[in-house]
Design a protein around this ligand. Structure first.
Ligand SMILES: [Zn+2]
Ligand SMILES: [Zn+2]
Length: 403
């Protein structure tokens, strides 16, 4: 008697997963059904992803050369720019404008990152902004844990299909839908191109000691794997480490280190506060190489209409920073009650008065999510009332006496 169970056999599921390697939109039972299922790792589907990591081990056999290592670094940053400046700041948020051919070129560049198609990327990212750090968020470290947010979520069967209804503005371009559906095409071509470059070096510049397999290992496997993990820090670490300037209703954070790794995406709390700006580093001291690159690209005429950060958001940030400074002073005062705060009052009585006034203004609290675990809490959070101030409250600050 045939098996009448509604659950497809392993063989059938594995076959579907195999077809998925080449046609990401293949979904015989309907993509909605797959997306509605609970999280479950699809082991066959993730084999290419495992191969990507395993390819790094090729270094044992091919060794290294300065050119191969330099290529790995260069390709990492050229493609990190594509992740942040194109998949994120263009396809996900439309923070600037381009022509239709320009958009296609950008999508091709984005495809070399091996982070699937532009519509899949944008769909998931927009969903993240809608549900950041709540139960629906596919990659919140607070809901699912660090490793799931960093790498696990992309291995889950339910997260593979693209919900085209959530990216209608992009789905009306058939060329983008094609790239999204056959999302291994550009990565495979990229791999061949890097290998071919190594072959050219091997034949025409043998003195460099670089081989085609070295280039494939360093320029493609190692560089792409590093690129994946660099990008993933924004899903995992950027919601765990760093400072919170703005109260955003999630646990996004600003981190200088992550900004270096990701060419400016580390200013993630800024970005969650105002996602429509082209820049993530809101102030001149917040390094944002992606933004600088996009400004250069705008000079070529390929893109235009970069969107600024509204002055009101910049002012809000300044006020929050000021309030955080006051909280820091309060903490210091309580730590060394005998002289620190008294000294502060003697030296800058006016500043203390202004600080108290600003701190009181910053006490306005917005709706917040339940307490999240975090690596540390800082003065900005206290200033916003994001955590109950355990030892220090603004009310405890002595009012400056009039003289
Ligand atoms: Zn986020
Ligand atoms: Zn975003």
């Amino acid at each position: 008697m045939p098996n009448s169970s509604p659950r497809p056999s392993f063989f059938r599921r594995a076959t579907v997963a195999l077809v998925h390697w080449f046609d990401a939109d293949f979904a015989p039972g309907g993509a909605e059904k797959i997306r509605a299922a609970p999280d479950k790792v699809d082991w066959v589907r993730v084999i290419p992803f495992v191969i990507l990591h395993a390819g790094c081990l090729g270094v044992i056999w091919v060794g290294w050369s300065p050119v191969a290592v330099a290529a790995a670094v260069a390709f990492y940053f050229a493609r990190m720019f594509a992740v942040t400046g194109i998949y994120h700041r263009y396809f996900s948020h439309k923070t600037y404008t381009t022509s239709r051919p320009g958009q296609f070129l950008l999508a091709l560049w984005g495809g070399t990152t091996v982070q699937r198609g532009p519509l899949w990327w944008a769909y998931h990212h927009r969903h993240h902004h809608q549900h950041s750090d709540d139960a629906e968020d596919a990659h919140s470290p607070h809901v699912h844990g660090f490793w799931w947010s960093h790498i696990g979520w992309i291995t889950s069967r339910k997260n593979f299909p693209t919900d085209y209804s959530k990216v209608r503005d992009l789905a009306r371009f058939p060329e983008l839908v094609w790239l999204n559906r056959f999302d291994t095409a550009v990565p495979i071509l990229t791999g061949f191109a890097v290998w071919g470059l190594g072959w050219l070096l091997e034949v025409y510049a043998p003195g460099l000691g670089t081989t085609r397999w070295q280039m494939l290992t360093w320029g493609f496997f190692i560089s792409t794997t590093a690129l994946f993990h660099g990008t993933s820090t924004i899903n995992s670490l950027a919601h765990l480490m760093g400072r919170r300037r703005f109260q955003t209703g999630d646990d996004s954070r600003n981190s200088f280190i992550l900004a270096l790794v990701t060419l400016g995406e580390g200013w993630h709390n800024n970005h969650h506060r105002y996602m429509s700006a082209t820049r993530n580093g809101f102030y001149w001291w917040e390094i944002d190489p992606t933004y600088y690159g996009l400004k250069l690209l705008a000079r070529t005429g390929l893109i235009w209409g970069l969107k600024p950060v509204p002055q009101s958001v910049l002012d809000e940030g300044h006020e929050a920073e000021h309030a955080a400074t006051v909280i820091a002073a309060q903490k210091a005062a309580h730590a060394h009650r005998e002289y620190s705060y008294a000294t502060l009052k003697r030296v800058v009585p006016t500043a203390a008065a202004m600080a108290v006034a600003t701190a009181s203004a910053a006490q306005v609290t917005l709706p917040q999510k339940a307490g999240h675990p975090a690596l540390h809490r800082d003065g900005t959070e206290l200033a916003h009332g994001m955590t109950p101030p355990a030892q220090v409250t603004v009310a405890e600050v002595p009012k400056p006496s009039p003289r």
